[in-house]
Design a protein around this ligand. Structure first.
Ligand code: G3P
Ligand code: MG
Length: 411
């Protein structure tokens, strides 16, 4: 991100006035049903017409700021539920299983939510069957919560950098003071690190960064060790590293595992009044170390990786499938007459992820994704967003108001 744009973040956070604020039609109170799905399918009065539009809501900076719900989030979403207008949550956040996050969010926003309407940064990892019987490394998140998520997704052998540190403290000299912390949740390794006998030594088949890393030093060291290894075998060093006759100067050309990042966000809106570094910040730091080690781009070497999450196409494709399925479920009484989903209002606070993603996504269903930028998160009022949204509004309530007015939807 060019320095100038980052500078904008740091300026003028104070002034927030609503650009768009129409009054929404009178809202029906939202009762919390025993199960979200049953509420979503039965409670509200049966709809008389089909909404040809839907919403995809970002979470951080739109509905919540860390643990606090934003003022008009409940009102906006319960209105949509009372009108049976479909919506999903599409977040670059993560770190807990979808069910746990849905339960948390449902409590915070006091509305019934179902996992069928929830997509977080690492949700698409659940579909990666090719690694479920292999040994994967999971990085990021609190303690080993992301390992637990990966296991719930069906990954059989999951290793974390913390497991390696506890088994071989010398692997990273600068987290020794954290050993008691790591020992409280790490597990023995499925195999030793034994470069003398590579065939029995711990081999990593894929690296998944699930959530914002907490220990950038350790995680950078371990990821770098795996990427410079032979065949992903820890404790080894590939002879191909630096071989100018090979692509990428021989780096990552020796059976090293693929490296997946679930979230590209450099900055995100947390509780603090200024945006905080996110998983993208860790990736940039790692790329800096990789460049220093390999000579970097000026030496024709890049860090080969797969970055997912908004604004990337794969995540929007995944989310659109979830939204279409959820809409079909929610409006199943219109089966056969449901018709095409014409527009999705992508409501977000981050121009680099939410707006760029909404603007650049070309739906295979011809659905128009309309990007709406709010001022309750990363984006600062009065600055020029890096990617122009279809509409800038004050907050999520204004976003919903503006969209239903566009749709001439009268309660
Ligand atoms: O770590 C979460 C952050 O990067 C942004 O989350 O909900 O704004 O996409 P969200
Ligand atoms: Mg956000």
């Amino acid at each position: 991100m060019p320095a100038s744009r980052a500078a904008h973040y740091l300026l003028g956070l104070a002034s927030r006035s609503h650009i768009y604020s129409a009054r929404l039609p009178a809202l029906l109170p939202c009762r919390t049903a025993p199960t979200a799905r049953r509420f979503l399918q039965t409670q509200a009065t049966p709809p008389t017409r089909v909404p040809e539009f839907a919403f995809a809501f970002d979470i951080d900076g739109v509905l919540v700021r860390s643990s606090d719900a934003l003022p008009r989030a409940h009102k906006s979403l319960s209105y949509l539920q009372s009108e049976r207008i479909p919506f999903i949550f599409l977040t670059n956040g993560g770190g807990k299983h979808e069910q746990e996050r849905v339960d948390d969010l449902s409590k915070k926003l006091d509305i019934p939510i179902d996992t069928s309407m929830f997509v977080q940064s690492h949700t698409p990892f659940a579909d990666m069957g090719e690694y479920k019987n292999k040994t994967v490394m999971v990085v990021g998140g609190d303690e080993d919560r992301c390992r637990v998520v990966a296991e719930k997704y069906g990954f059989k052998t999951v290793v974390t950098p913390g497991d390696i540190l506890v088994a071989y403290p010398e692997v990273w000299p600068f987290s020794q003071q954290l050993l008691p912390y790591y020992s409280s949740f790490t597990r023995p390794l499925p195999a030793p690190i034994n470069p003398i006998s590579p065939s029995t030594s711990l081999k990593i088949d894929a690296i998944f960064v699930y959530n914002d890393p907490r220990d950038w030093g350790l995680d950078t060291q371990i990821i770098k060790d795996v990427l410079l290894s032979h065949n992903g075998i820890l404790g080894t060093l590939s002879r191909k590293n630096g071989d100018a006759t090979l692509p990428n100067k021989g780096y990552q050309q020796d059976g090293q595992p693929p490296l997946y990042f679930s979230n590209p966000d450099l900055l995100w809106a947390a509780k603090y009044h200024l945006p905080r570094l996110g998983q993208g910040g860790f990736r940039e730091a790692l790329e800096g170390v990789w460049s220093a080690l390999t000579g970097g781009e000026k030496n024709g070497v890049t860090l080969q990786k797969i970055v997912m999450g908004k604004p990337h196409k794969l995540t929007y494709e995944f989310a659109e499938k979830r939204l279409i399925a959820h809409r079909g479920q929610l409006l199943k009484q219109f089966d056969g007459k449901l018709g095409h989903l014409k527009r999705v209002y992508m409501v977000g606070d981050n121009p680099e992820s939410d707006i760029l993603g909404g603007n650049s996504y070309e739906s295979p269903h011809g659905t128009d994704w309309v990007s709406v930028l709010v001022q309750t998160g990363v984006y600062v009022e009065g600055t020029t967003p890096a990617h122009a949204p279809r509409q800038i509004v004050g907050d999520v309530y204004d976003a919903v108001s503006w969209a239903v007015a566009q749709e001439r939807w009268k309660a």
